[in-house]
Design a protein around this ligand. Structure first.
Ligand SMILES: C[S@@+](CC[C@H](N)C(=O)[O-])C[C@H]1O[C@@H](n2cnc3c(N)ncnc32)[C@H](O)[C@@H]1O
Length: 371
């Protein structure tokens, strides 16, 4: 049981290292058009963007930036397998240019671009990201009508290349069964509004910008488990600090990342090399959350009909019987590629069946069992 993780420090407009029809899932967050912190990185990639910014033409700048991003979206169509999915985290922007305040709706421009490429547009997620910043309200304060609504949400747009993916052989079906998620996770993950805070984005490295613009691990972890199966390859064309690859590692998927700024190399490597303890704690918490949930449910409604075959834990539906989560055992860098190895979660030796009075599985900490 191994997975492989590769990072290319170059721009994602041409991903010549990635074969056609080879990637099961893309998760990414591009630099957001019309947010000032990204002006420089976009200007460096296109003289037309630089010129539009210099003359202060907001609408033209917006369109030129999206034209540059379109090149990456086109590559995604090429490299995704049929039935493969792309999840794009994007926020709209508000900005005043030449005294003209406007909303720049990147999410709708990106939907148009993907539809034009032939992707199917699937229901999206609205990520509500509340801010407590004291200066969050813009415009004329309490005086109507010159105040503006504060943007406190982002989007996770979801697209598919073609029809639903098929799993034809028995081995593929078995791998899919092992890649399921818990019923109570499904109920939260597949809601169209996600409500969790962003993460602290300070970067302690003077070679790079002040903020990482990283998304939380949980965002990438959920999407990977929702839209891919174990051993798939996940791609992030705007890798940043490497969150998507980390989530792929913890989910037993392979990953490929592109990042234009080579100064991120150290940060990415540092995060990758710490994945074992972080990932195992995350997995233990996930299983323990399920145990808390199912023990409450059993108390309320009585025993469930089904037991997960790998952890001996009760589950709500028969689809969850095959769910398998392996723990991470080691990470090594070999020829500029990170190789992860996994081990099976040990079953509680004192229990071979779970019921409402006997929930036994390892709690975080190595030798503690809860019952
Ligand atoms: C919003 S950040 C991604 C953050 C990432 N999701 C994380 O969790 O750290 C966008 C990243 O894309 C990189 N970038 C910008 N233009 C790029 C391009 N054309 N190709 C590859 N990377 C690019 C930026 O340097 C930045 O790190």
């Amino acid at each position: 049981m191994s997975t492989y993780h590769k990072v290319y420090y170059k721009k994602a407009q041409e991903m010549e290292e990635v074969e056609d029809n080879s990637i099961a899932l893309v998760i990414t967050s591009p630099p957001y058009p019309m947010i000032e912190m990204w002006d420089e990185i976009f200007s460096l990639q296109s003289d037309e963007i630089k010129a539009a910014l210099e003359v202060g033409d907001g609408s033209l700048t917006f369109e030129k930036i999206h034209k540059e991003l379109d090149k990456v979206w086109k590559e995604l169509y090429r490299i995704l397998i049929f039935g493969g999915i792309a999840c794009i985290n994007i926020g709209d922007a508000t900005r005043t240019i030449n005294k003209n305040f406007q909303l720049y709706p990147s999410h709708s421009r990106i939907i148009k671009a993907f539809q034009k490429l032939g992707f199917q547009n699937l229901p999206e997620i609205l990520w509500r990201k509340q801010t407590n910043a004291p200066n969050k309200f813009m415009g004329s304060g309490m005086l109507p009508p010159g105040a503006y609504v504060t943007l406190e949400h982002e989007y996770i747009l979801i697209f598919r290349k073609g029809e639903k993916r098929e799993f034809k052989t028995e081995a593929l079906k078995e791998n899919r069964r092992e890649s399921t998620y818990f019923w109570e996770e499904r109920n939260i993950w597949f809601s169209d509004v996600w409500d969790f805070k962003g993460i602290s984005q300070g970067l302690n490295n003077k070679e790079i910008r002040k903020r990482s613009a990283a998304y939380p691990f949980v965002l990438a972890y959920r999407l990977i488990n929702m839209f891919s199966v174990r051993n798939d390859t996940i791609l992030d064309p705007f890798l940043g600090t490497g969150t998507s690859s980390l989530a792929a590692m913890v989910s037993e998927r392979n990953s490929i990342g592109y990042e234009i700024d080579e100064n991120f190399k150290e940060i990415i490597k540092e995060r990758f090399l710490k994945v074992i303890s972080f990932g195992n704690e995350y997995i233990e918490n996930r299983i323990n959350s399920h145990i808390s949930f199912i023990s409450e449910r059993i108390k309320e409604k009585g025993p469930t009909k089904y037991t997960n075959e790998n952890f001996n834990v009760s589950v709500v539906t028969s689809q969850e019987k095959g769910l398998k989560i392996n723990k991470l055992s080691s990470i090594k860098e070999i020829n500029q590629e990170f190789v992860l190895k996994y081990k099976e979660i040990e079953k509680d030796p004192t229990s071979d069946n779970l019921n409402e009075s006997k929930i036994r599985i390892k709690k975080s900490g190595l030798n503690q069992w809860i019952s």
